[in-house]
Design a protein around this ligand. Structure first.
Ligand code: ATP
Ligand code: MG
Length: 261
């Protein structure tokens, strides 16, 4: 099985703070990971390293068989789709939704003089359809609801047909309907054998989509546990991650957690 992410002893230090500390993590092709941990645990830092946007202070990282530090990240980045906090801010407010998606094929966030061919537009339209945005394709990005923005960003992240898709809190700020819609579309994507390997960060086990295969738990920059979901999402591991007695349940492929009494 091909390794999509391989981190070995990965540390990111800023001043005296260790954002992540000696992380060992291997993601194989076709796995779908969820990353959980409290605020400030280092989840986004981990995603930024995997996205090649952040260089570790220590340790070795290979992404899609390319060594970070030895490879041209500009060639590697189109093979990685990223939905993170920074992206929504980078999309110009008056950019139509369809343009906000198609511009990803040039790796830019606003349309200017680039040319797109019929295949690019066809792919953008297919992704907008897949993420329930066809009817809003001509609307400007600024007028979208939070849920519509998230779905546009996911469609955009898939535009370059990436081998790795990184989603940092794709369901944050969504209402119940919006959250369930994104999770259902992610579960649908998980059923597609051509779909990219996925890593999704979330705060809530209720937001883990069906089809998730693996989980990584992180606390204060250190790995608590990583492995197949069933054996990783346990009361003990979550209790250790959140430093709070937690009880977790699984029902019909979805998870729920509460403080244990
Ligand atoms: N440039 C920096 N200098 C010092 N500390 C930093 C810097 N950037 C981030 N941090 C700290 O690193 C820690 C990890 O941040 P990170 O954003 O990875 O956490 P997170 O798990 O994504 O949190 P959240 O759930 O709140 O999004 C935080 O405590 C943050 O304050
Ligand atoms: Mg974060």
């Amino acid at each position: 099985m091909t390794e999509v992410i391989h981190m070995s002893g990965v540390t990111v230090r800023r001043g005296r703070t260790l954002l992540i500390d000696s992380i060992d993590w291997v993601v194989h092709e076709n796995q779908r990971w969820v990353v959980l941990g409290p605020n400030g645990a280092g989840k986004s830092t981990l995603v930024q390293v995997a996205a090649t946007h952040l260089h570790p202070t220590q340790g070795v990282v290979t992404i899609l068989d390319e060594f970070l530090g030895l490879t041209d990240v500009f060639e590697l980045r189109p093979r990685i789709g990223l939905v993170g906090a920074g992206l929504a801010a980078a999309i110009p407010a008056r950019e139509p939704v369809r343009d906000a998606v198609v511009t990803a094929s040039w790796g830019v966030t606003g349309r200017w003089r680039e040319e797109y061919d019929a295949m690019d537009w066809a792919r953008a339209d297919r992704l907008l359809e897949q993420w329930g945005m066809s009817e809003l394709a001509d609307r400007t990005f600024a007028t979208l609801s939070e849920g519509e923005r998230k779905r546009t960003q996911i469609a955009r992240a898939l535009m370059s047909d990436p081998e790795l898709l990184l989603l940092d809190e794709p369901t944050a700020g969504l209402d119940l309907g919006g959250r369930e819609d994104v999770l259902a579309r992610m579960a649908e994507m998980a059923d597609d054998p051509g779909a990219p390997t996925t890593v999704m960060v979330t705060h809530h086990v209720e937001e883990i989509p069906r089809g998730t295969t693996h989980a990584l738990l992180i606390r204060q920059g250190r790995l608590v546990a990583a492995g197949p979901v069933e054996s990783t999402l346990t009361d003990d591991n979550l209790t250790q991650t959140y430093e709070l007695p937690v009880h977790i349940d699984r029902h019909e492929g979805r998870w729920s957690a509460r403080a244990a009494r």
